[in-house]
Design a protein around this ligand. Structure first.
Ligand SMILES: [Zn+2]
Length: 420
């Protein structure tokens, strides 16, 4: 049976309070942040950091980023600075307003009735991850909204860690930097994080599902757009004249490798994925994303698209076909590997907390993918939520308690390192 730690009430109260604040970001939002309501949580965290005694607390009123620090408690005031980064927003994929979190104590296995009125049930058959948490206390939704444990379970752990360390200066650690950033769910990539203000030169994002997982490898990613300008004439007299842009786009689609698509790939297999297609006789536009963990094979994929476009240009005219490729983010691993202590310390902290660290190449990107390439190497530690982005999201309270412990041990290990 699980024994509650001294962090139990703290992480529970925090996740419930944060989850009730609607911080949904917007794929189509043109402003920074993409939704103003993310400031509601940013301000709450800003006040909270001040009230628990964090230093250099700052809210960027334009970018919606909250900063704070914990000074070193090492006898010589030293240690290597490390940072923790979590995101304020919740995913646009499911309703994010009027979240009504509730606690199921001592989950006994089996199905969970989330909403009696609407008869919404979470079945352990559909969601077998539930079996890992029998006997634990879970924070759940009422089945009509997401929970927002992604990433508020991470925020709750970081805040509780901060409060605990500041209240217990006898816990030894080096300098710690904190940041809470907007728009992770809509590809914000923490672009407005001010690295000078943040301070620490290495960091961890705290995000992702399954307790004890970490991540140091993500996709390389780009987005490609193929545009075709057709030549429309009356079909009756089109012979030898018409260029049907829709047909050219279809030809391009047929050139893509049949099984190198998300629905046929897993693990470290990359893919091409068509995300939009608009076509008529005069104009066609194909938008696709390219993903691969391996840098060389990623470049080959991009080169393959160029080759397809060149073949179509040769056939229909260079001015009728245009391909543009834009980089989205890159695999963090190439950067992280230059800082082996990041993963050594993290896995040691996870082990010291009684868990076996687990990892697998992430089939996506994180804010840390972009931050790593901006000069702030940032692998990821799981925030411990489950079923993110949907109505069946939940967070086991012991997972958050465990993460507080991992953070304490982790910054203790950095405290024992020399400043740089
Ligand atoms: Zn997240």
């Amino acid at each position: 049976m699980y024994k509650r730690t001294e962090f139990y009430e703290k992480v529970k109260e925090r996740l419930i309070r944060y989850a009730k604040v609607d911080t949904q970001s917007d794929h189509y939002g043109k402003d920074t942040p993409t939704t103003q309501k993310q400031f509601d949580l940013a301000r709450m965290l800003y006040e909270e950091l001040i009230s628990i005694g964090a230093s250099e607390v700052y809210l960027d009123e334009t970018a919606c980023v909250v900063y704070g620090k914990l000074p070193s408690t090492m006898p010589d005031g030293g240690g290597r600075p490390v940072g923790f980064i979590t995101h304020l927003d919740t995913a646009p994929d499911a309703p994010g307003a009027n979240v009504k979190p509730w606690v199921l104590e001592t989950y006994d296995g089996g199905d969970i009735l989330l909403n009696a009125e609407q008869n919404i049930v979470m079945s352990s058959k559909d969601f077998p991850s539930l079996n890992n948490y029998v006997g634990q206390d879970l924070i759940l939704t009422d089945g009509t909204t997401l929970l927002g444990g992604d990433d508020k379970a991470g925020i709750a752990a970081v805040m509780t860690f901060t409060e605990h360390c500041l209240a217990h200066p006898e816990i030894l650690h080096g300098p710690v930097s904190l940041a809470f950033t907007p728009d992770e769910e809509v590809g914000g990539l923490a672009k407005d994080l001010d690295l000078d203000r943040f301070g620490a030169k290495v960091a961890y994002t705290l995000d992702g599902d399954h307790l004890g997982f970490y991540m140091d490898e993500t996709f390389n990613a780009s987005e490609a757009t193929l545009e075709v300008v057709g030549l429309s004439v009356h079909p009756a007299t089109a012979k030898g004249i018409m260029i049907n842009a829709a047909d050219v786009a279809a030809e391009f689609l047929a050139m893509l490798p049949r099984f190198e698509k998300p629905q046929y790939t897993c693990g470290r297999e990359g893919f091409f994925h068509v995300i939009a297609l608009h076509a008529d006789v005069e104009h066609a536009k194909v938008v696709l994303i390219v993903r691969d963990h391996d840098r060389t094979s990623f470049r080959h994929r991009e080169a393959y698209l160029e080759k397809c476009a060149d073949a179509l240009k040769a056939q229909y005219g260079a001015d009728r076909v245009k391909l543009s490729i834009e980089q989205s983010y890159r695999n963090m691993k190439d950067v992280i590997d230059e800082y082996p202590f990041l993963i050594e310390n993290l896995t040691e902290a996870i082990r010291m907390s009684g868990l076996e660290p687990k990892t697998e190449p992430f089939r996506g990107g994180t804010d840390g993918s972009a931050l790593s390439w901006r000069g702030l190497p940032s692998p990821n530690l799981s925030a411990g939520y489950e079923n993110a982005h949907g109505r069946f999201e939940y967070v086991p309270i012991p997972s958050m308690e465990k993460n507080v412990e991992i953070l304490i041990r982790l910054c203790g290990l950095f405290g024992n390192m020399s400043a740089e």
